[in-house]
Design a protein around this ligand. Structure first.
Ligand SMILES: C[S@@+](CC[C@H](N)C(=O)[O-])C[C@H]1O[C@@H](n2cnc3c(N)ncnc32)[C@H](O)[C@@H]1O
Length: 351
């Protein structure tokens, strides 16, 4: 086999396609993305014109239905992140009950297509849940299908993403082993390097960039883009603007006068991004973290920059939905680092 032969990908729980994009940038061809959420698939279709999509419930989807959409093409790699709704275990096994059906759906696809490799990502604490029984049980499920399985928690900022998002990643390989020594970048990209060229106010869809790119990261993000999309600001009420204006760059509720510290009952309340560091993990639009300089939350485009989506990746449907799509995604640059490493280190051995 050659590198070229081992190239096709099936993305399960694909969302808007952050993980797919990373694999595409690494030279793979994503045949099909599957998700149950129509909005995310709208975005997926717009930005992944070479891939098919299927709107289906992974809990019950039969792999033979998927096969019908693949026009006889083999699947080399299966990728995806089944939402973990709290695994249910009995003894040392993840049982086949309702709560585990999304994970089991992933296992079913691997069992059916027998790809050369799979990459499954999840929240970091999946590795410690149930005193490690969940992790051991996942490894065992795939080992019983013939896979070598490695797992590690990766931090996105090690791969050029301006964000300290951490994800647990399981990599399974059929005819070789995989080592997680993925080369990391020397310089961690800061939020200022990610966002400083985007203005305080909203821009019309497709508006020209108001300034030159001000960092290498901004040049990278703009590489195929002719203008700015998804940069519509949230206008907060006067009280919110007044309170956040008292928080310095990188600060949080502790920087507020005592009587205002308890105005939001979450531990990350009134947090401003730190302009000199990668961002904290962005959420799906809960409005708790603010721009390091402006008195507002980041726009969808700014959130997409923090996730390392390039500027020509455009988000569809309502703004609320766009925030959720961005916040749910695997950062494309992190997925790309995994994909490139897999290609170099695995494909070499099975040639
Ligand atoms: C963490 S997000 C995936 C993000 C994606 N990997 C990316 O990089 O953009 C999880 C996805 O699982 C999808 N999902 C949840 N339940 C599902 C189900 N029963 N069948 C198919 N997809 C489902 C959600 O709609 C969501 O898009």
């Amino acid at each position: 086999m050659t590198n070229k032969d081992l190239n096709t990908v099936l993305d399960l729980f694909c969302g808007c396609g952050g993980m797919s994009l990373g694999f595409e940038e690494a030279g793979y061809h994503v045949l099909l993305g599957i998700d149950i959420w129509k909005d995310a698939l709208e975005t997926y279709k717009y930005n992944h014109k070479q891939s098919k999509t299927l709107c289906a419930d992974m809990a019950s989807l039969n792999p033979s239905e998927v096969e019908k959409l693949l026009d006889g093409q083999q699947v080399d790699v299966i990728i995806g992140g089944p939402p973990c709704q709290g695994f249910s275990i009995a003894g040392k096994r993840i049982v086949d009950d309702e709560r585990n059906q999304l994970y089991k759906g992933f296992v079913r696809m691997v069992e059916y297509f027998k790809p050369q490799a799979f990459v499954m990502e999840n929240v970091p604490n999946i590795l410690s849940m149930g005193d490690g029984i969940i992790k051991a049980s996942i490894i065992e499920d795939f080992q019983s299908l013939g896979y070598n399985v490695q797992t590690k928690v990766l931090t996105a900022s090690d791969y050029g993403v301006p964000q300290n998002r951490r994800r647990a990643v399981f990599v399974g390989t059929l005819n070789s082993t995989f080592d997680f020594e993925i080369p990391s970048v020397e310089h961690k990209v800061t939020t200022n390097e990610a966002l400083s060229d985007l203005p305080e106010g909203s821009l019309e869809e497709g508006a020209a960039y108001p300034t030159e790119a001000q960092s290498e990261y901004q040049k990278l993000e703009r590489r195929n883009s002719s203008g700015v999309y998804n940069h519509e600001i949230t206008v907060h009420n006067e009280q919110t603007k007044r309170i956040i204006s008292m928080v310095p760059d990188g600060g949080n509720y502790k920087d507020l006068p005592k009587d205002l510290q308890g105005t939001r009952k979450v531990h990350i309340a009134w947090t401003r991004l730190n302009s000199l560091r990668p961002s904290i993990t962005i959420d799906t639009g809960h409005r708790h973290h603010f721009h390091y300089k402006w008195n507002r939350v980041p726009t969808v485009r700014e959130s997409a920059r923090i996730q390392s989506f390039p500027d020509d990746f455009i988000f569809m449907c309502s703004k609320t939905s766009q925030y959720k799509q961005v916040g749910n995604a695997v950062p494309p640059l992190m997925a790309q680092a995994i994909a490139e490493h897999l290609k170099k280190n695995l494909w070499k051995k099975i040639k």
